[in-house]
Design a protein around this ligand. Structure first.
Ligand code: NAP
Length: 352
């Protein structure tokens, strides 16, 4: 077990032979449904139970996704002895409370991103994981797709030389404001928390370092959350990462990692498909207008297919961390570092 997972190594539950890894899902919203579909497609996991604030919602969900048990409260799900791990799919502001309660109930926890609203909260959560010898992993599903590992491999192997710039975006536009957790300041909504966290995590993945300069500018929605924002992270080694995120605007939602020898473009970095996911390595020196441009190597398009769908891969990765002690898709150290950056981006945001 990776020593940054929040688990000291004594938390293995033993290899589950001939038995599927059993998730209990807290909440019956949008991502809970997507995750349950993914688990249905996974090799080793199943949704055993679901807990909702309303019995009726839990029953409908359980029926739709073939979960054996439905619970009309979150407490009842945590008390369900048939559940190996709890998937926390609640609004951001509830991650801290319910992750800790699940860990105290003896469950391993896969908690949706962003794992917490503050560094202190995140520390509490990983401390609880350690105290109860349980695995806690933040659900950044794109990390479980082989595309992400392949892109990182290219960069580590020097395909683009020394990394200097990272540019990423994750935006979408929704008209659903009323009742949407993303527009609730109390539930820690906002573009930065909802989708900007992916761009922050990508910067972490590529640099493996803490930014020393953290800046953000955003547009405040009338509900009080940031409806779109841009951030800049500066690193000691000279890397600068910029990103845009939004819940009321559209962009290309791509990632570009630029080095002194070329760049990698990932057209669909956050939700890559099972088949046909790809990235492009472009070694564009000398500049295009140069006559010798014709001699430059063609850009290389690399397709990376996955052996399952995104949330199924995420569920299998999580189960492997619990059962086999495989290093988590995202370490506790990375989740803590990202939480610190998100907290500072929110606190320091300049409003436009
Ligand atoms: N990884 C991804 O691809 C991805 C995508 C979307 C969202 N997320 C993350 O998943 C979490 C949930 O997002 P979502 O889009 O699934 O939200 P959602 O559709 O609003 O669902 C949230 C669920 O939380 C429960 N809940 C408890 N208290 C609530 C409250 N005061 N207001 C609203 N819901 C409440 C509800 O379930 P019950 O009524 O059944 O109790 C609700 O269905 C967030 O942390 C978000 O960042 C991740």
């Amino acid at each position: 077990m990776d020593d940054t997972s929040g688990c000291d190594g004594s938390c293995k539950i033993g290899r589950i032979m001939g038995k599927r890894f059993r998730f209990g899902i807290l909440g019956t919203g949008n991502i809970a449904r997507q995750f349950a579909l993914g688990v249905a497609d996974s090799s080793h996991c199943e949704v055993a139970a679901v807990g909702s604030r309303r019995e009726g919602s839990a029953e409908v969900f359980a029926k739709r996704f073939n979960a054996q048990t439905s619970h009309g409260s979150y407490e009842a799900l945590l008390a369900d002895g048939s559940v190996d791990a709890v998937y926390v799919s609640l609004p951001n502001a509830m991650h801290h409370e319910w992750t800790i309660k699940a860990l105290e109930a003896g469950k391993h926890v896969l908690c949706e991103k962003p794992i917490a609203c503050s560094l202190n909260q995140a520390r509490d959560m990983y401390d609880a994981a350690k105290k109860h010898s349980r695995v806690l992993i933040e659900a950044f599903m794109y990390r479980s797709h082989p595309l992400t590992r392949a892109v990182l491999g290219e960069i580590k192997n020097g395909a683009i030389g020394k990394v200097k710039l990272i540019r990423a975006s994750f935006c979408y536009s929704t008209n659903k404001i009323q009742g949407n957790v993303r527009f609730s300041p109390e539930l820690a909504g906002g573009a930065l928390m909802d989708v900007g966290c992916y761009c922050v995590d990508l910067a972490r993945l590529v640099t493996a370092a803490d930014p020393v300069t953290i800046q953000s500018i955003g547009r405040r929605h009338e509900t009080g959350v940031d409806e779109y924002a841009c951030g800049t992270l500066g690193y000691d080694n000279g890397v600068v990462a910029t990103f845009c995120c939004g819940v009321s605007v559209q962009t290309d939602n791509a990632a570009l990692i630029c080095g002194d020898q070329g760049f990698v473009r990932v057209p669909v970095p956050w939700k890559p498909p099972a088949s046909g996911a790809h990235y492009v390595v472009d070694v564009m020196t000398p500049p295009k207008q140069d006559q010798s441009h014709a001699k430059r190597p063609d850009k290389r398009v690399v397709e990376v297919n996955a052996e399952g769908t995104l949330y199924g891969l995420e569920a299998d990765d999580f189960a492997a961390s619990v059962v086999d002690g495989r290093p988590p898709a995202i370490s506790a150290a990375d989740s803590l570092a990202n939480t610190r950056v998100l907290e500072e981006l929110r606190q320091r945001m300049v409003w436009t």
